[in-house]
Design a protein around this ligand. Structure first.
Ligand code: B12
Ligand code: SF4
Ligand code: SF4
Length: 376
């Protein structure tokens, strides 16, 4: 291998990336059909940006004309810290990784410029939000394989890798994908007969191995969806207030996971100490203070309260009724009121709600109240 490429790998590792591998843009052997089918079936819910960027996701030349290679990077975020109750997705218990990984991507770009004598126009980097099929390319570069849970699973870090990508016009030697000796690849390559993730999904979001119906996925519903969470999914959400790790946690490949160096992450594990009561009582000022710089801030207070109401409704904890009734009757957001009404009904607080209805003025809340009598 070109010594400059070996030096690039070394420097990227030193910057904090826990896995660094390369793939080439040859003639496509992509499972791009999987993305087309996923979109055609509407499994992307209202993430219309996935449709708009589909052609770019399928053809890196549309993202960076003349691109020859892609550098795929993994950042390990495993820690033994329990996700807490209410349960937060593990990645959310950090400052927003888009922000904390970006400076290292900028430094990585500089390293490419310096080592290969190219300019800033000869590469583009992304973490999560770019039009790049990150799991596909990570698998092709050999960071791991795509499990039946759709995750890129690393044989050294388990399910706990965040991914980033640098497309470049520099020609880099490709690393080998991890294939079986007979050359077999594809989704579920090292899953064998295991179906734990498919069976454990609380809302039956898998259409098949590797295929997630975002409309049924708790991660989508609690993070991306800005509106009402469908009633039939609320019970399955259980204690999960932001994101979902169920299909990751159950995977036996996590036995290889080790704590990461966290050079590119800023841990916020203290968030697991927040009780549901505290969250239900949160003010906008407290929300801003607690969730500053975390991915949770994107939800805004009303989104978090919506999720907290669902979790409260699933909690069996009747001591939450007074705060829920208050939210149902008085919160300024109809979204919050609607989910609070559902939670109160589910905890058997119909009478208290009826008493508070005197101050309900919003038609959508009244409709919700009527519908809520049919708790699944
Ligand atoms: C949209 C999106 C979502 C959506 C849709 C999820 C999904 N399964 O597609 C929602 C909001 C539900 C979501 C949830 C989560 N996400 Co997300 N998400 C993305 C995003 C932006 C695009 C994914 C995408 O293109 N989906 C479309 C499908 C068709 O593509 P795909 O899943 O990547 O599958 C490819 C291959 O696996 C293969 N393939 C898939 N199915 C099949 C079937 C067959 C038969 C074949 C042959 C091939 C094949 O082909 C596909 C296309 O090349 C990526 C970032 C990015 N730019 O890639 C992050 C990303 C995938 N998410 C990530 C994470 C961490 C999560 C969550 C764990 C967050 C959480 N804790 O709540 C969950 C996990 C849910 C799950 N099991 O997938 C990480 C995953 C890291 C990893 N190690 O895999 C990514 C890469 C972000 C990042 N930069 O780290 N996510
Ligand atoms: S993230 Fe949760 S809801 Fe989504 S597919 Fe995995 S287990 Fe199911
Ligand atoms: S839980 Fe089992 S089936 Fe699912 S990804 Fe892990 S090994 Fe594969």
């Amino acid at each position: 291998m070109d010594p400059r490429q070996a030096e690039l790998r070394r420097r990227l590792g030193a910057l904090g990336f826990d896995d660094v591998r390369f793939a080439s843009f040859g003639p496509s052997t992509s499972s791009g059909q999987a993305l087309r089918d996923w979109l055609a079936q509407g499994l992307h819910a209202d993430m219309h940006w996935m449709e708009r960027s589909a052609e770019k996701r399928l053809d890196p030349q549309l993202v960076l004309p003349g691109a020859k290679s892609i550098v795929m990077l993994g950042v390990n975020y495993w820690s033994p810290q329990a996700p807490g109750h209410p349960a937060w997705a593990r990645y959310a218990l950090h400052e927003d990784y888009h922000d904390t990984i970006k400076p290292a991507l900028i430094a990585a770009g500089r390293a490419i410029e310096e080592l290969f004598d190219v300019s800033g126009l000869d590469y583009r980097y992304y973490v999560d939000t770019g039009p790049v099929l990150e799991r596909e390319w990570a698998a092709r570069a050999g960071i791991g394989f795509v499990g039946k849970n759709a995750m890129l699973i690393s044989q050294t870090h388990g399910n706990w890798l965040l991914l980033a990508a640098i497309l470049t016009r520099v020609e880099l030697a490709a690393d080998q994908p991890r294939r079986k000796q007979n050359g077999e690849g594809g989704v579920g390559l090292w899953c064998g007969k295991c179906t734990r993730c498919l069976d454990a999904c609380p809302t039956q979001a898998f259409r098949g191995p590797g295929v997630v119906d975002a409309r049924r996925c708790i991660s989508y519903q609690t993070i991306e969806n800005k509106g009402i969470i469908p009633r039939e999914l609320r019970a399955g959400i259980g204690p999960r207030i932001f994101g979902c790790d169920v299909c990751l946690e159950v995977c036996p490949w996590n036995r290889f996971a080790r704590e990461g160096r966290r050079l590119l992450l800023a841990v916020r594990h203290e968030l697991t100490q927040l009780s549901l009561q505290e969250i239900l009582e949160i003010t906008p000022a407290k929300f801003a203070e607690l969730f500053r710089r975390t991915p949770i801030k994107r939800l805004k207070p009303a989104g978090l309260l919506r999720n907290a109401c669902v979790v409260a409704g699933n909690s069996d904890d009747r001591s939450l009724l007074p705060v829920l009734v208050r939210l149902a009757a008085q919160h300024e957001s109809p979204l919050v009121r609607a989910h609070a009404v559902w939670a109160v009904r589910r905890l058997g607080g119909g009478e208290q709600l009826a008493a508070a209805r005197a101050v309900e003025t919003d038609a959508s809340v009244l409709a919700e109240y009527a519908e809520s009598t049919a708790v699944p």
